[in-house]
Design a protein around this ligand. Structure first.
Ligand code: ZN
Length: 252
């Protein structure tokens, strides 16, 4: 089993946006690279004697300025705006700050020695929530307790999957579709990291031994690739998160 990551596209996409000539250029180079890889595998392993699975870990939002120009609701939420708003909201309740240690895109970290008291103070949290929700483009506010509580809400589940208690923020914010978090006026140019469809939907392509020709419309996720490849290799994964993509697998 060999795993390869072609990560240049992500970096170039952040800098120039998904609709740029630069991204087209990277994609055409990537196409050539994949062709060379498959030729190598044909020669070394043998044609039809291996299986390739191609997918992506995320999509991307268009550059907000371009989207806004096209008439869509889009924009940037600066992390400096977030920290200023939270400081201003907490000062009347808790006195002079700083209360915010850092804002890293979606994650807001309170000063470590103050965070427990802030999170346990309903008036403080009400002020924080109201201040955040008044920032243009900011749609949802979640505290760690809200993220970790059990439930089937798809947005909270998505946040919980990448939430690491002790390392993730005390508060996590979600932007409206089309809006991105930026560290400076235009950095990065484009971004991802939301549960909106343009970020969450990715292709899954299977090719090789026992893969049936066709397009399949059943719900599938990249988490299905490990159990599918394991099954093709004759290995059963008892605790797999995904399922075997049987619709795409032939018996021989
Ligand atoms: Zn990225």
């Amino acid at each position: 089993y060999l795993a390869l990551s072609f990560s240049t596209l992500d970096l170039v996409g952040h800098d120039f946006g998904p609709d740029s000539h630069e991204v087209q250029d990277v994609l055409s180079h990537l196409d050539v690279t994949l062709g060379r890889l498959f030729t190598f595998l044909d020669n070394r392993v043998g044609r039809g004697a291996y299986v390739v699975a191609v997918s992506a870990d995320h999509g991307v939002a268009p550059i907000p300025e371009q989207a806004a120009k096209a008439g869509l609701d889009a924009g940037r939420i600066l992390t400096t705006t977030i920290s200023r708003s939270v400081e201003q909201a907490l000062e009347p309740v808790l006195g002079a700050g700083p209360h915010v240690a850092r804002v890293v895109f979606t994650d807001i970290y309170f000063e470590p020695q103050r965070s427990a008291a802030i999170l346990a103070n309903p008036a403080a949290m009400k002020a924080v929530r109201e201040a955040l929700l008044s920032i243009p483009g900011l749609q949802h506010v979640f505290t760690q307790t809200e993220i970790l509580q059990p439930g089937k809400d798809p947005l909270r589940r998505a946040i919980k999957l990448s939430y690491f208690p002790g390392r993730s923020g005390d508060v996590v914010v979600v932007a409206k579709p089309g809006w991105i978090f930026s560290t400076a006026v235009a950095l990065p140019a484009a971004n991802h990291g939301t549960a909106h469809p343009y970020d969450q939907r990715v292709p899954i392509i299977l090719m090789g031994t026992r893969i049936g020709r066709g397009t399949y419309t059943q719900a599938a996720t990249p988490a299905d690739l490990a159990p599918t490849l394991a099954s093709l290799a004759g290995i059963r994964m008892d605790r797999a998160q995904g399922r075997v993509l049987n619709e795409a697998v032939t018996t021989r």
